[in-house]
Design a protein around this ligand. Structure first.
Ligand code: C2E
Ligand code: CA
Ligand code: CA
Ligand code: CA
Length: 287
């Protein structure tokens, strides 16, 4: 189903296409696809739960495959990780996204009515262990003239479970520069809350499964307590809490009451072309 002003297309259905698109075929096509510019990025706004104003946007990569149409990241990111292409692909996503942030900032200044327009970019675990990560990021920020604190890198909780100091070092350096690090899909791994203290993260992204449990009314009291506890702990550690997958106003309201800071989901906007965020930010800035 399409939402009002929603997607221009539906992402290909993995099961229906599994027969015609082989893993092998997609994997071997990846490098040429990057060279030919077949990847593009959609942006999904992050909003402040307090007043619904735009806080920033998450960059989500797609592949416009010449035969199969638009493929979602779940179809090809695992393949790119497997072959190592994720490193140049991830670098491309980072550069494109930071350039886009620059365009937004030039257009609206450093901030909208709600605060600075920020960009969130997903990092694969393979990029974390790649020695060029810090330098590539510094170069991209310098080339584009975007301040480090406009950038948030999202790393999944599972990628950091049991992480040793070598793995955390590049993230620490980025965090020292002012780049925010978000712990993505939080709550899905073997969450060791005490472990949070040693991670250089400033944002927790609560997994969509928590948001889904807020769908029922009244919500499961245990789920409410869990989210309340996570938020309290996060805030006591000076972390911001973002929730993903907000699809209804009731969920948004419940999560706001529980103290979550920012949110993302179809209720606000589906991922879309950068022009859509122009519109949202403009609405935001003019009230
Ligand atoms: P993620 O980082 O957890 O991103 C959120 C996913 O939830 C996105 O799926 C987004 O379109 C979807 N979503 C947003 N709002 C809602 C909602 O209200 N309801 C529902 N049901 N879904 C919602 P998408 O775009 O298919 O991306 C899937 C995953 O692919 C991402 O999960 C992320 O892990 C990965 N990914 C996307 N872009 C990149 C990238 O540039 N690099 C890397 N390494 N991974 C990426
Ligand atoms: Ca993410
Ligand atoms: Ca910061
Ligand atoms: Ca997530």
């Amino acid at each position: 189903a399409k939402s009002a002003g929603g997607n221009r297309y539906e992402l290909a259905d993995p099961e229906a296409d599994a027969r015609v698109i082989t893993r092998h075929g997609l994997t071997t096509a990846l490098p040429a696809a990057l060279e030919r510019g077949e990847f593009f990025i959609e942006y999904q706004p992050l909003v402040h739960l307090g007043d619904g104003s735009v806080h920033g946007a998450e960059a989500l990569v797609r592949w416009l495959h010449p035969q199969h149409g638009v493929l979602g990241p779940d179809r090809f990111i695992p393949l790119a990780e497997h072959t190592g292409l994720i490193v140049p692909l991830g670098r491309w996503v980072l550069e494109q996204s930071v350039r886009q942030a620059r365009v937004w900032r030039e257009r609206y200044g450093e901030s909208t009515a709600a605060g600075p327009l920020r960009i969130n970019v997903n990092l694969s675990p393979c990029q974390l262990t790649h020695p060029g990560l810090v330098q590539d990021t510094v170069d991209i920020l310098e080339r584009t003239g975007v301040a480090p604190d406009a950038l948030c890198l999202e790393v999944t909780e599972s990628a950091l479970i049991g992480a040793d100091d070598d793995l955390l070092k590049p993230l620490r350096r980025l965090a020292e520069m002012g780049v925010d690090i978000a712990l993505d899909d939080f709550g899905t791994g073997y969450s060791n809350l005490a472990n949070l203290r040693r991670l250089p993260v400033s944002v927790l992204k609560l997994d969509r499964s928590f948001t889904q449990s807020m769908q029922r009314f009244p919500a499961d009291p245990v789920d409410l307590k869990i989210v309340e506890g996570i938020v309290a702990l996060a805030h006591s550690l000076d972390l911001t809490v973002t929730v993903e997958g907000v699809e209804t106003g009731a969920q948004a309201e419940q999560l706001r009451i529980l103290g979550c800071d920012t949110a993302q989901g179809w209720y606000y906007a589906r991922p879309g072309p950068p022009e859509r965020l122009h519109e949202l930010a403009l609405v935001d800035a003019t009230g």
